[in-house]
Design a protein around this ligand. Structure first.
Ligand SMILES: *Cc1c(COP(=O)(O)O)cnc(C)c1O
Length: 376
């Protein structure tokens, strides 16, 4: 069976974990954490980068920093992972779901303004498949209505919008290093803060509501409980693993792009024959090859293609189930289910193909061929 995903080692991951242990510190905010954060701030010009234990945690920190409260509304695309909404419902927010674009599973930027009310506090956008949303539209509508923007950039490391790194444009960005992402540490995440007013408080919330970070920087002479917070920082073992991956960011991205391009080249003929849709890339966006997906005509064809691939020992998967129809949302909302046809279509028709660092190009070619045979 060719798996859908496989964790991988590219460099000194195990060596660095051992080094962290021998250094005598494996709790959070040590040398490897600082190295990772410096790497992100330097390479991607984030004003502040804080490692977290997951992207979910990074989104929760953003929700806390924006003081999201019951009664506030947050706009979130329906076609996304649970966390993009969950992090805000935990603070009591009401989620208003937005539909996907017709040509891309990401949020329909032009639909956002109609969803804004005087209770809207934030817009969460998701750079689906690592492909940028049209951030000029998003930032302009947010500015006009005085609303915060959170980039759920879980899939979007080393990807760009008009030359700007994703995660550096909104007030906050959240990345994931879950084992299914481009750069991995098992579980892991990053909060980026691009609005400086939030930086000091972010360090407090990150360290269990204490001013421990300021204490270690020598800014205060004792530390204690000063605010709300949680234990959002990962251990040095995670940071050590992550740093070894970051040292090979270029190789990882190059390998993923090679696989992505192989799929695209081999499957484009099906798109030309109108049998299957492939990912589209707007001219303002780059491709970080986070994901290769195809979109079928309907759910029956989607299920048949997944079964055909499985019969040929290839594990492909469908992706999100629209959140506006989820049990949690419908059970906790007393309003009619929103009508979001594009989110439903991607729920029914999108298939993700295997894409991981150690996937052989020959296997990618074989997968593409197996798909072509399905349509013969
Ligand atoms: C993976 C993912 C998350 C969750 O990341 P974790 O690190 O597992 O919390 C959130 N949003 C999107 C869009 C994702 O792809």
């Amino acid at each position: 069976m060719i798996p859908f995903n496989k964790p991988f080692l590219v460099g000194k991951e195990t060596q660095y974990i051992e080094k962290a242990v021998r250094s005598g510190k494996i709790s959070g905010n040590g040398d490897f954490t600082v190295k990772c954060q410096n790497f992100f701030e330097t390479k991607f010009s984030f004003k502040k980068a804080l490692l977290t234990t997951s992207c979910t945690d990074a989104l929760e920190m953003a929700a806390m920093l924006m003081d999201i409260k019951p009664g506030d509304e947050v706009i979130v695309p329906s076609y996304t992972f649970v966390s993009s909404a969950l992090a805000f419902t935990r603070q009591g927010a009401k989620i208003i779901f937005a539909d996907s674009r017709e040509d891309h599973p990401g949020i329909n930027e032009k639909s956002i303004e109609n969803l804004i009310t005087d209770k809207t506090k934030a817009i969460v956008i998701v750079h689906y498949a690592g492909v940028a949303c049209d951030m000029d539209i998003v930032m302009e509508v947010a500015k006009k209505h005085n609303i915060y923007v959170v980039e759920d950039a879980a899939q979007a490391i080393d990807s760009y919008y008009k030359g700007k790194p994703l995660g550096s444009i909104g007030h906050f960005g959240a990345f994931s290093f879950h084992e299914t992402k481009n750069i991995i540490s098992g579980e892991g995440g990053l909060l980026t803060i691009n609005d400086e007013q939030f930086i000091d408080r972010a360090e407090v919330i990150w360290e269990k509501g204490t001013n421990r970070s300021a204490f270690f920087k020598g800014e205060v002479n004792k530390y204690g409980w000063v605010d709300t917070g949680s234990s959002f920082l990962p251990s040095e073992l995670i940071a050590a693993f992550l740093y070894a991956q970051l040292e090979h960011l270029k190789d990882i991205q190059a390998k993923r792009k090679e696989i992505w391009n192989t799929y695209f080249k081999d499957l484009n003929v099906l798109q030309n024959q109108n049998l299957l849709k492939l990912a589209t890339l707007p001219d303002y966006a780059t491709n970080n090859a986070h994901m290769f997906y195809v979109v079928t005509k309907n759910v029956q064809e989607r299920d048949a293609l997944i079964a055909h691939l499985r019969a040929n020992k290839i594990h492909s998967v469908f992706h999100y189930l629209s959140l506006h129809k989820s049990d949690y949302h419908t059970n906790n909302s007393n309003e009619a289910v929103q009508n979001l046809p594009e989110a439903d279509r991607y729920t029914d028709c999108l298939i993700r193909l295997p894409l991981f660092y150690d996937l052989d190009i020959e296997d990618a070619k074989k997968i593409a061929l197996t798909i072509k045979l399905f349509f013969k």
